[in-house]
Design a protein around this ligand. Structure first.
Ligand code: HEM
Ligand code: CU
Length: 626
């Protein structure tokens, strides 16, 4: 069995298909991480185009730019794309690249499972979006409320929501596999000396997220399979006219849906907890409180789901109980905010792009958190549910929270991933455009919601006082689009001729800064001794000192002297993960058309599942040779 990676052909004889084949069969967590991130950025742009179309439609009263049906499709695909194809895989991509480096491992625990997770994500995303070309895009919202989604005689029957059901399940398998991998990696592959209470806070956050995925996704899997049965096999789980109960859908969906919002935001908390200490040149304040409050949020996150259902008539006792648990979540969240502020307090702040995004994150996330607490009060929720107030709330947490932290993470880790810096100048431009654009887009939504503008309707009458702020929101959305374009430009320019980063451009604390940028396939030649939470800082300054003058970044922590690479066992590349993902997706297409063309569908299902089994056998036999 191979002990190092496949020999890389000499530069002259490399063809593009060599490179493509290497990426298709790669099991290296760093390449998989990059593929996750690049794919997710593409979907982020796609979901952003959906949003721009929605905003153009709403820019004026009584606009007819989009039809009601297309409007429904766009807001459904926008939400589904942003949640499942943008933020989740962006977090998974950063986690994939950074976690093994942070814990001092050579790779993830199950490298081929890792590749499978990526290919399932890519194919699941293509599957969902192929609905534009060969069917009808899902149109019942990202929450797919029954009975609407079950076609209970309300809508003409199309396969739109079957695309949603099957796509979500492919993506669910991907997320669960990825989470198992994160958990095993963090439990088993930490470097000697890295106890749990020395583990970086980003790793803590991702660990909690992995558990949330494993415990919450089964709920949506069950719900969506039952929905598929209602839609295709005449069952009656959610259809009242057949004796079913649409509230059952809401319970099952939100039992997944609320933990899901923490799946989206906890990695952001982790990113901020890494960036603040480095850019204030201090240890993190309240390490244990930040780590354990993530765990507390994870637990409490499973007790609040029905705060999305206050107005469906659960009764005062249930509403009171779910209101109380929801309010409790603000305690561990507030604990984090105070610790972050205390980390910045008195620090010697190094105001670079990651810190800009980080500080903005605090500001915006607190606004979203406060409107969340407001919505957790049933009397206020009665007034504002299904209005734009709610849309304002969740965009402050998702855009101001998750997306701002992800951009902070990009500017922070990009040099590690690609060996070159992103431009500070373009970064600051991008930041201000995004910050102003984001507030211009989402702040007026609170006001519009308060004066009665409903969400999920394709247009509004003139003379209700909605016109001015809707137009401003559309202008804000265009600013965000410009800002994202600047980021993409920045990324391309950095690849071409960005400043060479060096191993440790930010004077970092954690292990990823102890290796080269980008790291070699086996990650580390040697690891520093881990006696504290800041092993790389200790290496540079000794354990006692907390404040020192910033040193010349280029000279920092260089471990890249000439050496012969040690013989480290690296897993061989494998073709089977992509084959397995392909087979499963083919079976999903079969299930999609089972009610219109039974014969061909059955064939696709049988062939698809057979491919899955062949791939599993292939993976198993590879392991035997290993
Ligand atoms: C203090 C913490 C929070 C509380 C108490 C809270 C409370 C609520 C409540 C009561 C609703 C339902 C409003 C309605 O539909 O009438 C809601 C909606 C929502 N929240 Fe939060 N929230 C909190 C934090 C978050 C975070 C951190 C995120 C995401 C990162 C988030 C994302 C959402 C989303 C996406 C919705 C809308 C779901 C939909 O209808 O499609 N919330 N929140
Ligand atoms: Cu919730």
């Amino acid at each position: 069995m191979a002990t190092t990676a496949v020999p890389i052909p000499q530069v002259g004889e490399r063809r593009w298909w060599h490179t493509a084949w290497e990426w298709i069969t790669t099991v290296d967590h760093k390449r998989i991480g990059i593929m996750y991130i690049v794919t997710a950025i593409a979907f982020f742009v796609w979901g952003g185009i959906d949003a721009l179309l929605i905003r153009i439609q709403l820019a004026q009263a009584e606009n007819t730019f989009l039809s009601p049906q297309v409007y429904n499709e766009l807001f459904t695909m926008h939400g589904t794309t942003m949640v499942f194809l943008a933020i989740m895989p962006l977090n998974a991509g950063l986690g994939n690249f950074i976690i093994p480096l942070m814990v001092g491992a050579n790779d993830m625990a199950y490298p081929r499972l890792n590749a499978l997770g990526f290919w399932l994500f890519l194919f699941g995303g293509i599957f969902l979006n192929s609905s534009y070309l060969i069917g009808h895009p899902p149109d019942a919202g990202w929450f797919a409320y029954a009975p609407l989604s079950a076609n209970g005689g309300v809508m003409p029957k199309t396969n739109a929501m079957d695309f949603w059901v099957l796509g979500i399940n492919i993506l669910g398998v991907s997320s669960i596999l990825g989470s198992i991998n994160f958990i095993v990696t963090v439990f088993n592959l930490r470097a000697p000396g890295m106890k749990f209470n020395r583990m970086p806070l980003f790793v803590w956050a991702q660990l909690v997220v992995a558990f949330l995925v494993i415990f919450s996704f089964p709920s949506i899997t069950v719900a969506s399979v039952l929905l598929y049965f209602d839609r295709n096999f005449g069952t009656a789980f959610f259809l009242p006219e057949r004796g079913g109960d649409p509230m059952l859908w809401q319970h099952l969906f939100w039992f997944f849906g609320h933990p899901e919002v923490y799946i989206l935001i906890l990695p952001a908390f982790g990113i901020i907890s890494e960036i603040f200490p480095v850019f204030s040149r201090k240890p993190i304040f309240g390490y244990a409180f930040i780590a354990y409050s993530s765990v507390a949020i994870g637990f409490l996150g499973f007790t609040v789901w029905a705060h999305h259902m206050f107005s469906v008539g659960m009764g005062p006792w249930a509403n009171a109980a779910f209101s109380a648990t929801s309010l409790m979540i603000s305690i561990p969240t507030g604990v984090k905010i105070f610790n972050w502020l205390a980390t910045l307090w008195g620090g010697s702040l190094n105001f670079k792009t990651p810190l800009y995004y980080g500080v903005a994150f605090i500001f915006l996330f607190v606004i979203g958190g406060i409107t969340g607490v407001m919505l957790a009060l049933p009397p206020l929720d009665y007034q504002t549910t299904d209005t734009y107030f709610v849309v304002g709330h969740f965009h402050y947490v998702l855009f101001g929270g998750a997306i701002f932290a992800i951009f902070a993470g990009f500017y922070y880790w990009w040099p590690k991933m690609f060996g070159r810096m992103l431009s500070e100048r373009l970064g600051i431009w991008q930041f201000w455009l995004m910050f102003i654009g984001m507030n211009l887009t989402f702040m007026p939504m609170h006001y519009l919601g308060m004066i009665g503008m409903p969400r999920r309707t394709w247009t509004y009458d003139s003379g209700l006082g909605f016109e001015f702020w809707n137009l401003m929101e559309t202008i804000g959305a265009l600013m965000i689009a410009l800002s994202v374009s600047i980021f993409i430009l920045n990324a391309i320019l950095s690849r071409r001729n960005g400043e060479i980063a060096g191993n440790d451009p930010w004077d970092g604390h954690t292990l990823e800064w102890a290796t080269t940028s980008p790291p070699p396939p086996h990650n580390f030649d040697s690891l520093p001794v881990i006696r504290t939470r800041r092993p790389v800082w200790d290496l540079k300054y000794g354990e006692a000192q907390h404040f020192t003058k910033p040193r010349d970044a280029k000279a920092a922590g260089s471990t890249d002297e000439e050496h012969t690479p040690p013989s480290i066992h690296l897993p061989p590349p494998s073709f089977y993960p992509i084959v397995l993902a392909f087979g499963l997706t083919m079976a999903a297409y079969g299930l999609l058309y089972s009610s219109v063309a039974f014969g061909p569908s059955l064939t696709a299902i049988i062939v698809g599942i057979s491919i899955v089994f062949v791939a599993i056998a292939g993976l198993a036999s590879e392991a035997a040779r290993d």
